[in-house]
Ligand binder design. Sequence first.
Ligand SMILES: O=C(O)CCC(=O)C(=O)O
Length: 267
Amino acid sequence: MPASRALTITPQHVADYKRDGVVCVRGAIDRTWINALWAAAQKVAADPAAYGTISRSQSDTMTSVSFLWRKPGVFRDFIFQSPVAEITARVIGSQNISIYHDHLFVKWPESPRIMRWHADTLWPVDGEHVPNTYIALTPIDQQNGRVEYLAGHHKYCLDHGIKYDTVNMCPDFEQRRDNPELNFVTYDLEPGDAVIFHPLTPHFSKGNDSKDRPRAGLATRWFGDDVVWSPAPDRAPIPGVTEMPKGQKPAGDFFPTIWPNVTAATS
Ligand SMILES: O=C(O)CCC(=O)C(=O)O
């Protein structure tokens, strides 16, 4: 399947990500991949435990399954063979990128499931190179529950030393919709569009109000150059990873480096 779309990334994408902590890359992923992923996602929805780890947010109207990349199949092939790793690395300005987590979110028609405002800061690491590259597997729009982001908030968090966790929780920005200083951004997405966002960028999605259109997104989560291990009681464990000294760079089978692909380059 197609391996290189990384030239899609322009200096403007890089600048937008730096300024806003979120950027949309149109047509990032080829339709051949998307068709395969969406077909595989429907199999996951029918039998989630066979393919990954069922998340706490799973419900009868929302499929919410993680760590699909760890098992052989389309999701793993996508991570290792598609341009998603290189695209992510180029946008965030990292020389290397490792996968650690993925998360399939399908809101089925008429799903009332809301993903409340949160940031992806619960992982046991320090560093800024912890992006989420969220890929649309179906058309996504206002009606079927597109994700919204608070642009620029990562800078506010960095300036004030804020890292949301289970004690210092991300505010419910639904209560602050009228605040003109907050820059809410969102994107209608076509299958294959990707939104890359910073771990300190709060995000939210409402339910799917469509009667007949599922809304599917695949979140892929990555560690880049500046990431070091930093366990704490309120941070989310990564299954299978037991001990690692604080300050160490995550490495090994649970954090394979996907880009640059040294194996391909030397073979
Ligand atoms: O797909 C959604 O509605 C939620 C996405 C999300 O929270 C995430 O990617 O972290």
